[in-house]
Ligand binder design. Structure first.
Ligand SMILES: Nc1ncnc2c1ncn2[C@@H]1O[C@H](COP(=O)(O)OP(=O)(O)OP(=O)(O)O)[C@@H](O)[C@H]1O
Length: 485
């Protein structure tokens, strides 16, 4: 195959053996390329244009491995809905790490590439619809400026996978800062291999937090770094109304990227208890619970790292608790700053939190659309439309405008920051479903391409975006999303 720019190495493969199994993807019958992310390829220093479409399809299904690939399946564990399980890549293979022209090192992984020793009862495969869904939503998240794994390609396998009904099979090529998860640490801790745990800790620091490598207590330093990244990440999810849906500890990345787009969804109408996932019966992973769950997951990471923090358990526990104990006030401060930006408030004033909460409560009572309301505030200053009238009745509009006038830069400064943080277009469920239906059932990729184009510039205005801004009509509403395997 012609050179496309691969620089693959697999540093993960140099970690202790218990962390992975060397394994190639299982070849597929009839590979067809469905989507290729050309801008991302360019960022990775890759150019596939010299390959024929058939060669690209062979490459993105694993029938022909890229040069330098050292494929392996990673082992990890995880608390799934609170219950601990030993897991691992049951349907994924990491090919290696690509060094990008900007010097970043990223994992290239196939998802849906066949059975592995960690497959349990699964078939090792993935269906086309869910892989395209991950492609669309992860790319939307990246365009929104939120840390996330990326999607380089989706290729169909030409084989059926059997879920509730037979569905076309596909493989997603995922790009990630790494696939280290909280669950990776839980796995090694459960195996009680302290030496492997220490090596994994050094590896994670080197890969994601090199500035902390010389710290006196590496495990504590890693915990602190991951807490900081996760705090920042969750606040970003809350900013755009993103609900991850399966915040199990195997789906929390040490890098601070969003990972695993299973039953995730963006909220239309604002409600703190919104849940889309069909398997989240208790609302454990509801929109408003995400900070609490993040803290719970981080406590699991802390537990896994305890033996490295101090030989004396009580002292280790005290260190871990000190690192995690101010999670809530830190989150609240970041949330308030983020919301202040969404409302265009410069600096912080005594009554800001109350002003913000009052509007959010109003939105929740009215079932107001989250994205449209903030877009309305951003665009409609000084709010003389329908939304303004509703908000005038409560006196909220007047108080908000008065607050904006007290910005050092006045209304204009508020409007500028609002334009930066309040998206116009998000991947609304009904539009995503429409695009997936056309792609996976009729083979028509047009709606998906159009949706991806709109999502690529989520803060831009334009008349052509109207259909992507609309809240779903009652008959378009998607009430549930499925784990989508
Ligand atoms: N069809 C399948 N065959 C084998 N294993 C599977 C299959 N689907 C999921 N798994 C495994 O079950 C576990 C939980 O699945 P989950 O849906 O959270 O992960 P995933 O979407 O496959 O992968 P990731 O978390 O890497 O995005 C993982 O260990 C995953 O590898």
């Amino acid at each position: 195959m012609k050179a496309v720019g691969w620089s693959l190495e697999n540093s993960f493969g140099a970690l202790p053996d218990l962390l992975f199994t060397p394994l190639a993807p299982t070849p597929v019958t009839r590979p067809t390329l469905v989507a290729l992310n050309a801008p991302l390829a360019k960022d990775l220093g890759l150019d596939f244009s010299t390959l024929s479409e058939q060669e690209q399809a062979e490459l993105f299904t694993g029938n022909r491995l890229p040069e330098g690939a050292q494929p392996l399946a990673q082992a990890y564990a995880g608390h799934q809905f609170g219950h601990f399980t030993m897991l691992g890549d049951g349907r994924a293979i990491v090919l290696g790490e690509q060094t990008t022209p900007s010097g970043a090192r990223v994992d290239i992984q196939f998802k849906g590439s066949g059975r592995t020793p960690y497959s349990r009862n699964g078939d090792g495969r993935a269906a086309l619809g869910p892989m395209l869904r991950e492609y669309i939503i992860s790319e939307a998240m990246a365009a929104l400026g939120i840390p996330t794994t990326r999607s380089l390609a989706v290729a169909a396998t030409g084989e059926w996978v059997y879920r509730e009904t037979p569905e076309p099979g596909a493989i997603l090529t995922r790009v990630a800062a790494s696939h280290l998860r909280v669950g990776t640490f839980q796995y090694v801790a459960m195996r009680q291999d302290l030496s492997a745990l220490a090596k994994l800790t050094q590896y994670a620091l080197a890969r994601h937090y090199p500035e902390r490598l010389g710290d006196a207590n590496p495990a504590l330093s890693l915990l602190e770094a991951v807490i900081e990244r996760q705090l920042a990440l969750i606040v970003e999810w809350m900013r755009v109304g993103f609900i991850h849906g399966v915040m199990n500890t195997d789906n929390m990345a040490i890098s601070g990227e969003t990972i695993d787009y299973g039953p995730c969804a963006f909220m239309d109408a604002y409600h703190r208890e919104t849940v889309f996932s069909s398997i989240d019966h208790a609302g454990r992973y509801a929109y408003g619970n995400q900070p609490t769950i993040a803290k719970w997951n981080l406590a699991r990471l802390a537990e896994a790292l305890l033996p490295l923090m101090d030989a004396e358990q009580n002292r280790a526990v005290a260190l871990a608790e000190a690192a995690i104990s101010d999670f809530v006030p830190r989150y609240n401060a970041l949330w308030l700053r983020m919301m202040g930006d969404k409302f265009g408030l410069e600096g912080e004033e005594e009554g800001d939190a109350a002003l913000i909460r009052e509007l959010l409560d109003w939105m929740q009572d009215e079932g107001a659309d989250f994205t449209r309301t903030f877009h309305g505030l951003r665009d409609g200053l000084p709010l003389d439309g329908e939304l303004g009238q509703a908000l005038s009745l409560t006196g909220w509009r007047q108080r908000w405008l008065a607050r904006l006038q007290r910005n050092a830069g006045g209304l204009a400064a508020g409007q500028a920051v609002m334009a930066r943080v309040n998206p116009v277009v998000i991947p609304r469920n009904h539009r995503v479903e429409e695009a997936l239906e056309a792609a996976s059932k009729e083979g028509d990729l047009g709606p998906m391409q159009a949706l991806l184009a709109a999502l690529a510039q989520p803060y831009a205005e334009g008349p052509e975006l109207a259909r992507y801004q609309e809240s779903p009509k009652p008959d378009e509403r998607v009430y549930q999303t499925f784990c989508g395997t």
